[in-house]
Design a protein around this ligand. Structure first.
Ligand SMILES: C[S@@+](CC[C@H](N)C(=O)[O-])C[C@H]1O[C@@H](n2cnc3c(N)ncnc32)[C@H](O)[C@@H]1O
Length: 355
């Protein structure tokens, strides 16, 4: 199991519940983690907390909106609207809507704000979106999902968890969850290591349903989900469920004191969309490729001559290059962007670039 220290303490009888239910309560109940404080207090994302990154992400959002003829931007799971605030400074003409589980921050200047139930559920008022770029940056990883593990006999079982994080094997997985597990967690019945009891993972179906629901609310535009994820090529055998509290990764405990997150099975997410001849196909692309396409290559050095003619411009260019390098390399560069065009695209004069 992944969290041996938590496994060692015996669970109080009958206190364990399926991980997905405990996860939902811990993050989105009335006193849940995301209703108590801003995500910024616990971890950094590209939207905020990484020097120079937020403005670049906003620049990418504005570029995508223009490319797709969108005059509205909706940020689902927007935290306290940090990304939208940056977008506003770049293009004041875009109509901006924030969606999160708390009321709109009083100082945030956006055109609309919707309070959401949280997790896979979206607010009723989010619908009929036209010419809209919908961004969901690090939303799906906090949509709770079932956690499963193989028992000693090689049978997939649900994992239950007690409020203190102690885990125990629950019921045998069946139905559509089992079909999902067989397709996306098993690499094939013939491989002995796939029947090993140390195998565990998260069932992505609730994330796929959440994305389908979001897409159903858009009439035209582009839906972009950005998250850390895995595919069959690199899916961790021990799952990815983890916690974050006050800037540190911690054992996931569903008590409302820490974030609970798991990487997104992005290949399954893409497959869940199917295909339609009526729209451009979705694209699943690494962040480094998207940002190189939208913002340029940070490789070329800033010319030294600029330091003499315009020192401030030189410093700004250095800072931008450093931030773009951060966003396009290492773990951030590996982030996945799933871009899903919805309805008619502008002029259908297709841009050869990403999205
Ligand atoms: C990991 S944080 C990301 C925040 C921000 N997008 C960023 O990148 O910094 C996830 C956010 O999603 C929000 N969230 C979770 N489920 C949601 C839902 N169904 N509708 C709207 N927001 C949701 C949480 O409240 C939290 O603010």
């Amino acid at each position: 199991m992944r969290h041996p220290s938590a496994m060692s303490a015996p669970a109080p009888p009958d206190s364990a519940t399926p991980w997905d239910r405990a996860w939902q309560e811990a993050l989105y109940a009335a006193d849940g983690f995301y209703r108590q404080g801003a995500p910024a207090a616990h971890f950094a994302t590209s939207a905020r907390g990484i020097p120079g990154a937020g403005p670049l992400l906003a620049e990418a959002v504005v570029a995508l909106a223009h490319r797709h003829g969108c005059d509205r931007v909706v940020d689902v799971g927007c935290g306290r609207g940090e990304l939208l605030a940056q977008v506003r400074t770049l293009d004041a003409s875009l109509h901006l809507t924030g969606v999160d589980v708390v009321p709109r921050p009083s100082t945030l200047e956006v055109d609309a704000w919707l309070v959401s139930p949280g997790g896979a559920a979206l607010p009723r008022g989010l619908r009929d979106l036209e010419r809209t770029l919908v961004v969901a940056h690090e939303w799906l990883d906090v949509v709770p999902c079932p956690v499963v593990a193989r028992d000693d006999a090689g049978v997939w079982r649900s994992l239950d968890v007690a409020p203190d994080g102690t885990e125990e094997l629950g019921p045998v997985v069946h139905g559509e969850d089992l079909a999902w597990v067989r397709r996306w967690l098993d690499d094939g019945p013939g491989r002995a290591e796939d029947r090993a009891p140390d195998r565990r993972g998260e069932v992505g179906r609730p994330r796929e349903a959440a994305l389908a629901d979001l897409l159903g609310r858009v009439r035209s535009g582009l839906v972009v989900v950005v998250d850390y994820g895995h595919t069959a090529d690199d899916r961790p055998r021990g799952g990815t469920l983890t916690g974050f509290r006050a800037g540190r990764e911690v054992t996931p405990v569903p008590d409302g004191t820490c974030d609970l997150t798991a990487h997104v099975a992005v290949d399954a997410l893409l497959a869940s969309l199917g295909t339609s001849p009526a729209t451009d196909p979705p694209q699943l692309v690494r962040q480094r490729e998207v940002l190189h396409d939208l913002l340029g290559d940070p490789g070329p050095p800033v010319p030294h001559a600029l330091a003499r003619t315009d020192p401030q411009a030189y410093l700004d260019a250095l800072a931008r290059r450093a931030a773009l390098t951060t966003l396009t390399s290492g773990a951030l560069g590996d982030f996945w962007w799933l871009l899903v065009p919805v309805g008619a695209q502008p002029g259908d004069g297709r841009d050869p670039g990403i999205g």
